[in-house]
Design a protein around this ligand. Structure first.
Ligand code: NAP
Length: 488
């Protein structure tokens, strides 16, 4: 197995905080460990940012904002394009780094590097397409000009489950729009963000435009920034619980907010579904990232005529997966992020079993170092089980059977979340009607994968506010300015 002292790790480990275009030590000193979830052992220490470092980074962002907003769009575009090329050139190192700190298998980490790189390329193309408007007022007496300007210094906060892509999905549109930024990555996975900062620096990003502050204690760092009146935008990806807290803090200084929050995705397999496609889709929607994805299929509803066959085929596929450290070549399922995550998954499975569910495969944590949980299929899951209401965030597929279309759509919508839903049917009218009625921001129609940098990603209800990616992704970092002028 590669050691954490490989070139990949050395590239990011040992760096200090990235503030104002330089690697600097934290004002109060101090560091915290980053663990390898495949072993439970520490990989390295990273510098621990505190309140004063937050202030320094904010000053750098505020100081750089005006000049950065005035750069030519082509200049910002070319920085992003160079960063895209460097990320691809370092794909193997970045993938290994991500696997070490987060646990996902190398093949998936390589996929995430490509996905993250694509945000850099997509927004390099969008940077030069920021437009405005011109209109004659209805009474003919005025000319109405509309321009779009960067919203200003932005605070970006990311989770641990997609360590590179979640940062790139925020940083790239902010750069394209002309905003400066302070990024706080998740403490479990700061290395990928530090590596990305280094790459953007090499690509020519001016000093102060991006600072990266890993911290073991986010509250005292983030709250003063949100209340400062100088941060004009917060873009958060993480749990709904933390999102609510940040929204409340942002309200005080009326900070524009984008929230990419949790999900509880329904996965619907109708009687007229192609079973091969449905099983493939379930494998993708459930097992990507070991189930640690906001888009993960959380509640699998299968028509009663197919439920047994579907459960059997899904269990066969799940049982054939190879569980182990993500750095090993044949491994397809890595560890969960930490002991608490594994404990939560175990408790959810125990609750479902106590309410009458049957284990078709898996069902328990693995007795080995690291935080592994066996790929699990449960059938006969009662709808009042805790795992129907909570984000499972693990490799557990609960199957519930249904009979009636209207009833299953109601059940699918019976949650405070609304990020994504999956629909499997070969009937076009049913596909469109169900997709329309699902209360979600995204639908996978006969596919288990919706993420695409060219598409607007995001949810409704308590899954969030705003969209990332696609043509609209840059809008989150722009404001409209309207200029009125009389006709001469
Ligand atoms: P989390 O616990 O909400 O943490 C997310 C980030 O917020 C981390 O960097 C965390 O740092 C930080 N944070 C926590 N408390 C904070 C505070 N008081 N002030 C400022 N920052 C604070 O979520 P997670 O466990 O990392 O990620 C999993 C969640 O993210 C799931 O709910 C998943 O569905 C969601 N997610 C959503 C999307 C999407 O696009 N909709 C994508 C990926 C993940 P600390 O860890 O130090 O607390």
């Amino acid at each position: 197995m590669p050691e954490p002292t490989t070139a990949a790790c050395v590239a990011a480990v040992g760096k200090s905080l990235f503030i104002g275009g330089a690697w600097v030590d934290p004002a109060a000193g101090g560091s915290f460990p980053v663990y390898d979830p495949a072993t439970g052992e520490a990989l390295c220490e990273v510098a621990d940012a505190g309140t004063r470092d937050g202030r320094r980074a904010l000053d750098a962002a505020v100081g750089a904002q005006q000049a950065w907003a005035a750069t030519a769009p082509r200049q910002r575009s070319e920085i992003l394009r160079r960063a895209y090329e460097i990320v691809l050139a370092r794909s193997e190192d970045l993938a290994l780094l991500m696997t070490l700190e987060m646990g996902k298998p190398l093949a998936e980490a390589r996929g995430e590097v490509d996905y993250a790189a694509e945000f850099l390329r997509w927004f390099s193309e969008e940077a030069v397409r920021i437009d405005g408007g011109f209109a004659v007022s209805p009474d003919g007496r005025s000319r109405l000009l509309v321009m779009r300007q960067p919203v200003g210094p932005s605070l970006l906060i990311t989770p641990w489950n997609f360590p590179l892509a979640m940062g790139a999905r925020k940083i790239a549109p902010a750069i394209a729009a002309g905003c400066t930024m302070v990024l706080k990555p998740a403490p479990q996975t700061p290395l990928s963000s530090l590596a990305l900062a280094e790459i953007l620096h090499e690509a020519g990003l001016p000093a102060g435009v991006l600072s990266v502050l890993p911290t073991s204690d986010p509250g005292p760092l983030v709250e003063p920034l949100l209340r400062s009146g100088q941060i004009r935008k917060v873009s958060f990806t993480g749990s709904t619980q933390v999102g609510r807290l940040l929204l409340a803090q942002a309200a005080e200084a009326v900070v524009k907010a984008s929230m990419e929050l949790g999900g509880n995705a329904p996965f619907l397999v109708f009687a007229d579904a192609d079973l091969d496609k449905a099983v493939d889709g379930a494998m993708a929607a459930k097992m990507r990232n070991m189930g640690e994805a906001c888009t993960a299929a959380n509640r699998i509803f299968v028509h009663e005529s197919l439920a047994e066959e579907f459960g059997h085929r899904l269990a066969e596929r799940m049982a054939a997966l190879v569980v182990g450290p993500g750095t090993e070549p044949d491994v397809t399922v890595g560890p969960l992020i930490d002991d608490a995550a594994r404990g939560k998954v175990s408790a959810l499975v125990a609750d479902a079993l106590s309410r009458g569910a049957h284990t078709v495969t898996g069902g328990s944590a693995l007795d080995r170092p690291g935080y592994f949980f066996a790929p699990t299929v449960l059938t006969g899951v009662s709808r009042d089980s805790e795992l129907m209401r909570a984000e499972i965030f693990g490799p557990v597929a609960p199957i519930v059977s249904f009979t009636d279309e209207d009833e299953v759509v109601r059940a699918a919508n019976d949650t405070e979340w609304g990020l994504v839903g999956y629909v499997f049917t070969e009937n076009l009218s049913r596909a469109l009607s169900v997709a329309e009625r699902l209360e979600v921001g995204m639908v996978g129609l006969n596919t288990g994968l919706v993420s695409n940098p060219a598409a607007p990603f995001g949810g409704v209800k308590q899954s969030g506010l705003g969209r990332e990616g696609g043509r609209v992704g840059i809008d989150e970092f722009l404001e409209y300015k309207y200029i009125a002028t009389p006709s001469s």
